[in-house]
Design a protein around this ligand. Structure first.
Ligand SMILES: O=C(O)CCC(=O)C(=O)O
Length: 208
């Protein structure tokens, strides 16, 4: 499955003008295979509404999340500690991880955070994934399924913006100083009624 489609495609030029690197690797698989992934992920993942702390208050998000990795693997983001579900129970996730690693060539991931947006009214606010546990020059690979959605970057001090529409089966990779200097967000759009799932493969430097 999934072999021979766009494999070893070189990424396009850096989407960011400075202070980081974001590469678009395009579509990793034909649409029918992406459909099958979307369907399986919708049904097989243990989706839960996320909890974040905003202005000292713990709130539940509209979007749903799931975090997989090595068993017993914990980390904190947005003020809440999360424990990974064992990804050995999710063969599709492991296949997608292998596909993404083969495409990128220089990174081995040890966890995957999944986000489910039921429609365009659900998104993700400006943030950066700059937790110490990821290290400074972390590589984050983002694989999308379902509705095409606008993903945007904003420089933390200069305000420069860049954006890209992420399509069904598309791989985007953030690396270098991206998380130190840029925020990113998944923009909302009331015109979109279809679901979208995003997988971010990450490497924690101190699992557990
Ligand atoms: O759904 C997306 O593409 C954004 C995900 C994201 O920003 C994150 O997981 O940090």
């Amino acid at each position: 499955m999934m072999n021979g489609f766009d494999l070893f495609r070189q990424p396009d030029e850096n989407l960011l003008p400075f202070d980081g690197t974001v590469n678009d690797y395009g579509l990793l698989m034909p649409s029918a295979e992406a459909d099958a992934c979307l369907h399986s992920l919708l049904h097989d993942i243990a989706w839960q509404h996320d909890e974040v702390v905003v202005a000292g208050r713990r709130i539940t998000t509209a979007r749903q999340v799931a975090w997989y990795g090595q068993a017993g693997f914990r980390y904190a983001y947005s003020g809440v500690v999360h424990e990974a579900l064992p990804w050995q129970q999710q063969p599709l996730l492991l296949r997608l991880k292998a596909l993404v690693e083969a495409q990128i060539g220089d990174t081995a991931f040890n966890s995957c955070l999944l986000n489910l947006y039921r429609n365009g009214r659900e998104g993700m606010a400006w943030h950066s994934d700059n937790e110490a546990a990821l290290g400074r020059q972390t590589v984050i690979a983002s694989l999308s399924f379902g509705a095409a959605r606008k993903f945007a970057f904003k420089h933390k001090t200069r305000g420069d913006k860049r954006e890209i529409m992420l399509q069904h089966g598309q791989l985007l990779v953030m690396r270098g100083d991206t998380q130190q200097y840029w925020l990113h967000a998944l923009m909302k759009s009331s015109r979109i009624s279809e679901p979208r799932i995003n997988l971010t493969f990450r490497t924690f430097i101190a699992p557990g």
